[in-house]
Ligand binder design. Structure first.
Ligand code: FPP
Length: 242
């Protein structure tokens, strides 16, 4: 398998933490804790498949409706991940970006996010985007609002283009998503990367997220490479040949 075959940008809906815990008679939070380990394994494995950018859905704007204890556990896990893994990210050339709304997050988490982004900004070996307090529609609306404000003050032309809107999304600067993976057998997009995934291939896997890692990611990449991507044209090209 050649590492130049892509996909370049993979996005993952890490689903099934709760079910993983339930099967074992454990509290749901244990599933999330194991989910962080799976995330670490997956970030480690991604470059081996030629992946340059990985975006994961860590917390959606809808997740605030979960029990307070679970929300607080998820906040704690991101706090811990972005602190304890920062040295490793710096050392291994990983650039970290956090997509989503900062308002509404605890202020110490906002500081941790800003510090992690600033310390890794010059890294270019691999980009890890964590969508946290993220919803795609809200992200698109925020980008449109930014554009309107800039157009009204003369900083942007009044005619809006795809580039003009896309460059104001929180994912700005990353390539279009090639492959969306959702684990745990669910087959929904759940307001994730609606704009960025316009031409993405979808792979749904039965693995529960805490079991995920290099071999499951390898299976998803293999399925992607066998797909024919046409981007709205007629000539079929296998994904690997693009
Ligand atoms: C879905 O499982 C998963 C989440 C809502 C959060 C994903 C979070 C992590 C993997 C850990 C923390 C994240 C970071 C970025 C450090 P679910 O609870 O919906 O599972 P279920 O559908 O089986 O109940």
């Amino acid at each position: 398998m050649s590492v130049v075959d892509g996909p370049r940008h993979v996005a993952i809906i890490m689903d099934g933490n709760g079910r993983w815990a339930k099967i074992r008679g454990l509290p749901r939070v244990m599933g999330h804790r194991e989910g962080v380990k799976a995330l670490k394994r997956t970030v480690e494995a991604a470059p081996k498949f030629g992946i340059e950018c990985l975006t994961v859905f860590g917390f959606s704007t809808e997740n605030w409706s979960r029990p307070v204890a679970e929300v607080s556990e998820l906040m704690g896990l991101v706090r811990n991940y972005l602190t304890s893994d920062l040295d490793r990210m710096e050392r291994e050339g990983v650039r970290l970006k956090v997509l989503g709304r900062r308002d509404g997050l605890p202020s110490d988490i906002v500081q941790i996010i800003e510090r992690a982004e600033a310390r890794t900004v010059a890294n270019d070996r691999f980009v890890l985007q964590v969508a946290f307090n993220y919803g795609a529609r809200a992200d698109i609306v925020a980008a449109a609002q930014r554009y309107v404000d800039q157009a009204l003050s003369g900083e942007a032309p009044s005619a809006l283009t795809e580039e003009g809107l896309g460059s104001r999304l929180s994912s700005s600067g990353s390539p279009d998503v090639d492959l969306i993976i959702r684990t745990s057998g669910e087959q929904r997009l759940s307001n994730f990367l609606l704009w960025e995934a316009a031409y993405a291939e979808f792979v749904f896997q039965d693995d529960l997220w805490p079991d995920y890692g290099e071999s499951a990611l390898g299976r998803a990449v293999e399925l992607f490479r066998r797909r024919e991507r046409r981007f709205g044209g007629v000539e079929a090209r296998t994904a690997a040949a693009i």
